[in-house]
Design a protein around this ligand. Structure first.
Ligand code: HEC
Length: 206
């Protein structure tokens, strides 16, 4: 007879092994790994693959001591750079008005969002962007006057696109979400964000 239910067994096991071991170790014992895979399921934005750390950069950055300047970091970044998808037509700069809406929107990837919720970028959570917007986070650098300060060269367009697509391809373990790499935003949405940052007509570059 099974006196202890599966979730309780799982909780006890987590406590015994230590939650930090569970979350951060890359050397999970195979039986424990199996238990995780069989006992948990993905739901909405919470994916089992995050827990199992299948993503090599996530796994690397979750180690207790990380050498961000070492060979392994360089290799992971160069692999990530090779996976960046650039717009086929070389048309990087979309509509800044749409870009502003995407930068403002924190919708999507929340537990109670439905599958058809369109994801936002939530860029203001970490960056200053338009001067008029007073509510912004400061984890990331200010992007106000981004184009005006950086210029509008092909290199800057390419770098900025790549950065939005996968920030960790340029700075391993960056706190910024990997919008393209993780399929959070579409190519069209990223173009519009590029417009917000890099259209000379955008209020960001006034
Ligand atoms: C959770 C916080 C966070 C969010 C959300 C975020 N960023 Fe960032 N961003 C950062 C941090 C931190 C940096 C600096 C470290 C780095 O370069 O990765 C950064 C750097 C950048 C840079 C490079 C700036 C430079 O001077 O080279 C760009 C461009 C950028 N972010 C654009 C965006 C856009 C566009 C969005 C929304 C789609 C966004 N960020 C959302 C945290 C964030």
């Amino acid at each position: 007879m099974n006196l202890v239910s599966r979730p309780i067994k799982f909780t006890i096991l987590c406590l015994v092994l230590g939650v930090s071991k569970l979350a951060f170790s890359t050397e999970l014992n195979p039986q424990f790994h199996e238990l995780l895979e069989n006992g948990l399921r993905s739901k909405g934005p919470v994916q089992l693959e995050f827990f199992l750390q299948l993503d090599p950069i996530q796994k690397f950055c979750s180690e207790s001591s990380v050498d961000i300047q070492g060979d392994k970091a360089s290799l992971l970044m160069s692999e990530a750079r090779q996976q960046i998808q650039y717009p086929d037509d070389g048309d990087y700069v979309g509509d800044w008005r749409e870009g502003e809406k995407i930068a403002q929107s924190g919708k999507g990837l929340r537990f109670n969002d439905s599958d058809d919720t369109k994801n936002g970028g939530n860029c203001y959570a970490c960056h200053q962007i338009r001067k008029e917007e007073l509510a912004y986070g400061t984890l990331g650098p200010s992007l106000y006057q981004y184009g005006k300060l950086r210029g509008y060269s092909k290199e800057i367009l390419r770098y900025t696109w790549g950065k939005i697509f996968n920030p960790q391809a340029f700075l391993i373990c960056s706190n910024m979400p990997r919008y393209g790499h993780k399929g959070i935003l579409t190519m069209e949405q990223m173009r519009d964000l590029m417009g917000l940052l890099l259209d000379p007509e955008s209020p960001v570059n006034e």
